[in-house]
Design a protein around this ligand. Structure first.
Ligand code: PLP
Ligand code: COI
Length: 341
């Protein structure tokens, strides 16, 4: 199979057209068999609940080509389960786990030539989404849902790649609320975060660090990724909070940190602790591990990478994680699945 002609090592994180996407519709109590299409647009009822009342959730996972030429995905079952949790939280019909996986595999297979070659640092980003496509005018759940999956080849989310980024602690904007929907991947959380993210970038920061909405005392997460830090006594700490997304990358790093002797700890992390950490990072499917170079909090700034280089723990976590994801290292935890052709 001939690969698409791209400058793979220099891809950014953005949309590039591929050949096909897939849509499944849930109507009268059942999902249909799914339709592959080249159409990048979709007809939608103007009263669809996704347009008015935010019935929408999405997922993000990546497919990689291994050295042997297989195409693999990372912990896809976890994405499937999280989409089920997201759907249930906003009363949408969830695509069952098997259907989610089948849909991703069908789309990846229809776009194999866009899976970046092994060793280029790029990957095929898989974006599943579920929307309320049925019409309602009253505020109530739709009676029809559409589950769609598209793929797009991507490079690093933060344009510097594996280079330290500068973040700022956000105190004026909350993206989620206690007892709200911050623990699931619904579009509204991202809409709520846009103004903070854009303002941060205008000031020269890569993104923000959100605090808990209630007390503004604890770190929640960054805009598109979870937060972790390494303490002086060798712990991997990451926030325990009901208002952040349970990152699959972070779950994996907790396991890898343990393996490295870093004593992982999920606990509330006070923002004042940033001045004591020796390293910090963001983690997520898109962000992978992005080392945090500095965090600005009010009139103070902490610099974790004065020489501009990622710290040794972030580097080792990154290397271990990406080696498993791309098939370069053994997969003792059973995280990787070969996409059947
Ligand atoms: N937090 C937020 C708000 C995200 O959008 C993401 C991305 O999916 C993550 C964390 C990281 O989650 P994961 O590692 O499962 O991609
Ligand atoms: C991901 O990491 O997959 C995300 O969804 C984060 C961002 C692009 C919204």
């Amino acid at each position: 199979m001939t690969k698409a002609d791209f400058d793979w090592p220099n891809l950014s994180f953005g949309y590039t057209k591929t050949d096909q996407n897939i849509r499944y519709v849930w109507r009268d109590g059942a999902w249909d068999r799914g339709t592959l299409t080249a159409d990048e647009t979709m007809p939608l009822h103007m009263a669809a609940t996704c347009l008015h009342y935010g019935q929408e959730c999405f997922e993000g996972l990546k497919a990689y080509e291994t050295r042997k030429g297989d195409v693999v995905v990372f912990r896809i079952e976890e994405n499937a389960r999280r989409m089920i949790r997201s759907c249930r939280k906003i009363l949408m019909e969830p695509p069952p786990e098997e259907l989610f996986i089948e849909a991703c595999y069908r789309v990846i297979n229809a776009n194999r030539k866009y899976v970046p070659p092994h060793g280029t640092g790029a990957s095929l980003y898989v974006r599943p989404l579920t929307i309320g496509s049925g019409a309602q005018v009253g505020v109530k759940p739709a009676e029809e849902y559409t589950f769609l999956v598209f793929v797009t080849p991507v490079g690093p989310y933060f344009k510097t790649g594996f280079k330290p980024v500068s973040l700022i602690v956000e105190e004026k904007v909350d993206r989620t609320a206690p007892l709200g929907v911050g623990d699931v991947k619904v579009g509204g959380n991202y809409a709520a975060s846009l103004r903070a993210g854009v303002a941060a970038r205008q000031q020269g920061f890569a993104d923000v660090v959100y605090l808990d909405a209630k007390e503004k005392k604890y770190i929640d997460e960054s805009g598109p990724a979870n937060f972790f830090a390494i303490t002086a006594d060798g712990q991997y700490v990451t926030p325990e909070s009901d208002t952040i997304l349970r990152s699959i990358t972070n779950m994996s790093l907790v396991t890898l940190a343990e393996e490295m002797g870093l004593r992982p700890k999920r606990r509330p992390v006070e923002v004042s602790e940033i001045f004591d950490f020796v390293e910090a990072g963001c983690c997520g499917t898109a962000a992978v591990i992005t080392p945090i170079g500095s965090i600005t909090y009010r009139d103070r700034k902490v610099d974790y990478c004065p020489d501009g280089q990622a710290g040794k723990h972030c580097t080792e976590l990154y290397e271990r994680l990406t080696a498993i994801q791309t098939g370069d290292a053994p997969d003792p935890y059973g995280w990787v699945r070969i996409v059947p052709e």
